[in-house]
Ligand binder design. Structure first.
Ligand SMILES: *[C@@H]1O[C@H](CO)[C@@H](O)[C@H](O)[C@H]1NC(C)=O
Ligand SMILES: *[C@@H]1O[C@H](CO)[C@@H](O)[C@H](O)[C@H]1NC(C)=O
Length: 378
């Protein structure tokens, strides 16, 4: 009797999961049941607020255009991860993981943490943070909760298979490690060897993510860190024709090139999964940024010349839509939208490959029970 009831209950959970669209009565229906976000300060939606670190932005003018004010996002409003959530059809913000108390984890969780990187050492000198390894650990906590909520790990896996995963990692392995004298990585590794170390570590982490049930994974490359106002001001004698610090851009391009190869390899290796590369470097090009009036200036008043964070309670630029950069390193909401739209629906084949996120949503991948196999037919 008890086991019969249990089986019935499991069956009804399966029906519920396959009909997840009906859960959301009255709300907009997202295109996928859940959306998970791994990343650094480009994606952090408030996780660092919970940590003991000076690297947090829970004060105005951050959030000046956000419905609830300063949320911990490094932006005047939304960040790139938020714009993708909105395009996926989620009508509320994806919850941060924080210290693990989040209740709304079935929609997905944002694990992003400012300062974090692929390597555990990255950012370690600036305070607590959720490195990529910790973000993956936190995700396993979420996965186990989803298993409990849906009745079994198997049902949870089917559910998790349908979701979108985005990851944006590597900026801080340069900005908050390799490019700083306080870390020894630049003495230990050539740019080439260092990029290789990052890629090998990231590969293990992406395969770990796959093992938790992730099947639709968009991996963001690195933006033009040499064009960030903080870096152009700190490297005035190393600027190229576009007024960007070319050495920094050269180093991170080594990583980007290797990352593209890795994504292609993983996409080929796992037939039941799709990995795609979002070409952040291209989407952050000057050609794209021509839509903005100010491409090399921060909208807010930063703490020191060449610094990153905005000074607390200062008045930022009046029209945030005219600026690419909100502070010394992070995008305005306007640029985040411009970016997120191209990651979601590419404007050219160079923006995202083999899939953009809208195509990733539509892909029919076969699961272990056999069914559909039409991966790579788009
Ligand atoms: C480099 O720094 C790391 C910690 O950041 C330390 O574990 C390692 O021993 C150092 N290596 C050398 C060769 O100094
Ligand atoms: C702000 O800038 C945008 C983009 O240049 C422009 O379309 C808009 O009209 C400006 N808004 C105001 C209030 O000036």
């Amino acid at each position: 009797m008890a086991s019969g009831l249990k089986a019935l209950w499991a069956l009804s959970m399966v029906l519920l999961v396959s009909n997840w669209q009906h859960w959301t009565c009255g709300k907009a229906t997202p295109q996928v049941p859940c959306y998970f976000v791994f990343g650094d300060s480009l994606f952090d939606n408030g996780n660092n607020n919970y940590l003991s670190t000076p690297v947090k932005v829970n004060y105005l003018p951050y959030g000046i255009d956000f419905p609830t004010g300063a949320s911990g996002r490094c932006s005047n409003g939304l960040n790139i991860a938020d714009t993708i959530a909105e395009q996926l059809g989620f009508d509320s913000f994806i919850t941060d993981f924080g210290v693990g108390g989040c209740t709304n984890f079935l929609d997905g969780v944002n694990y992003g943490s400012s300062g974090a990187g692929i390597l555990d050492e990255t950012g370690s000198l600036s305070g607590e943070l959720f490195t990529m390894n910790i973000q993956l650990y936190n995700h396993k906590i979420t996965v186990s909760r989803i298993g409990k909520q849906l009745g079994s790990d198997e049902v949870a896996k089917k559910y998790l298979n349908q979701c979108i995963y985005v990851t944006d990692m590597g900026h801080n392995d340069y900005l908050n490690n390799y490019f700083l004298d306080t870390y020894n990585s630049s003495q230990l590794y050539t740019p080439e060897k260092y990029a290789q170390l990052l890629i090998e570590t990231y590969k293990t982490q992406l395969e770990d993510l796959y093992s938790t049930g992730a099947r639709k994974i968009a991996v963001f490359g690195l933006v033009r860190v040499g064009c960030m106002p903080s870096n152009t001001l700190q490297h005035p004698n190393e600027l190229d024709d576009n007024s960007c610090a070319y050495k920094l851009n050269e180093d991170i391009q080594i990583f980007n090139t290797k990352l593209q190869t890795l994504i292609k390899e993983l996409d080929g290796k796992y037939e039941d999964a799709a990995f795609t590369y979002i070409n952040s470097y291209e989407i952050d090009s000057d050609k794209t940024n021509e839509a903005f009036k100010f491409t090399r200036e921060s909208c807010c008043n930063v703490m020191a010349s060449g610094g990153v964070p905005c000074k607390s309670l200062t008045i930022p630029c009046a029209n945030r839509s005219e600026y690419v950069y909100w502070d010394g390193a992070h995008f305005t909401e306007a640029k985040a939208w411009n970016f997120g739209k191209r990651a979601y629906k590419r404007q050219s084949s160079r923006d995202a490959y083999p899939y953009d996120i809208s195509e990733l949503v539509q892909l029919k991948l076969h699961d272990n029970d056999g069914d559909i196999v039409n991966h790579a037919q788009l």
